[in-house]
Design a protein around this ligand. Structure first.
Ligand code: SF4
Length: 334
């Protein structure tokens, strides 16, 4: 019955599409079965949809980009399954993505979901048990197909119902990339991004800053996360951190993210140097320290007084300062 029915109404599927080679191949394998595939990719301040956008264009896959920042941040603060090596809550993150993709599947009346996951490729997050936990917690267990490893996994609902031909799915497992390379060649896919990378939560330096933000500012805003991507971050004390540009790009980003009624922006008056930002302001004593740190990274000569211009809202304060000692500041860098 199912088979006949499917011939009249074309089967539809949602691909959780990262744009990496495995997700491209998974999409190809499913598309080959004459199934309508729509890609879905999620974005947050920690990962974007650029790679997915390029890859989808390359293989002619319609792609829906969904920003999930609002629901992602609370999960990131207390992930049920904890973090990976850095601040990456991969199991919870993946569960959330599958759950949201599942909702999208229902919304558009698609028949199933699939991902480019390969059994055993990442020992921690792609072993049989992790794949099962993620599928179960997403509440769409049974509807989630992993075309690249499907033959090694329990049959899913679309396979049982004859919407997908299990015989044409793959049995890839492990960390080797040989089979994927061969498939890429067969499909004529020559350009693709490396499998790793793209998620800031796996970056040790970014993760350290994010942890510091979580520990010191419970009511942080998205712009506080955006600030973590630029400059040096120097924690002066429990209440105050300053962000100092390392180059023009950082300086422009910091200036753009500053909020004139809340933050203090510090620059040296007579010497080229960085833009320094004290988010949410600080008291006078701390501002003196921030000004001396700003002087350190500027062209102001060591051991000579220089003027730092500190701006908050309409107010401008000039502080005479000397460059802080590099070894003292080094200890404060997050
Ligand atoms: S690497 Fe980043 S985007 Fe990927 S599952 Fe982990 S937290 Fe999510």
């Amino acid at each position: 019955m199912g088979g006949k029915f499917n011939k009249i109404l074309k089967v539809k599927a949602i691909a959780l599409f990262s744009g990496g080679l495995d997700s491209i191949l998974a999409a190809k394998v499913v598309q080959e079965q004459d199934i309508d595939v729509m890609g879905v990719v999620f974005e947050t301040p920690f990962f974007d949809a650029l790679r997915a956008g390029k890859a989808a264009k390359m293989i002619g896959l319609p792609l829906l980009v969904i920003n999930i920042t609002e629901e992602y941040i609370p999960m990131l603060k207390t992930p049920r399954y904890g973090y990976g090596r850095n601040m990456n809550p991969c199991i919870d993150c993946h569960t959330m993505m599958l759950s949201l993709a599942g909702k999208k599947m229902e919304e558009i009346g698609a028949d199933f979901l699939f991902t480019g996951e390969v059994l055993g490729q990442r020992p921690m997050s792609q072993n049989k048990q992790a794949l099962h936990i993620v599928a179960k917690n997403s509440e769409y267990d049974g509807f989630i197909l992993r075309p690249l490893s499907a033959k090694l996994l329990p049959e899913t609902i679309p396979e049982t119902e004859g919407k997908v031909d299990r015989g044409k799915l793959c049995d890839i497992q492990g960390r080797g990339r040989k089979r994927q390379m061969e498939m890429a060649k067969e499909y004529g896919i020559t350009r693709y991004a490396s499998p790793a990378g793209g998620c800031l939560l796996t970056d040790p330096a970014f993760s350290k800053r994010l942890r510091d933000l979580f520990d010191h500012r419970k009511d942080f805003k998205i712009r506080d996360i955006e600030l973590l991507k630029s400059g040096r971050h120097i924690r002066i004390d429990e209440k105050t951190k300053i962000v100092i540009g390392r180059n023009r790009k950082d300086n422009a980003a910091i200036r753009n993210l500053s909020e004139e009624n809340r933050d203090i922006v510090i620059e040296m008056k007579h010497f080229p140097g960085p833009v320094a930002l004290a988010p949410y302001g600080c008291d006078d004593e701390t501002l003196d320290r921030a000004a001396s740190i700003c002087a350190l990274y500027s062209d102001a000569p060591d051991n000579e007084d220089a003027i730092a211009e500190c701006r908050m809202a309409m107010e401008v304060k000039l502080i005479s300062t000397k460059a802080a000692k590099r070894e003292d500041v080094k200890k404060l860098i997050i």
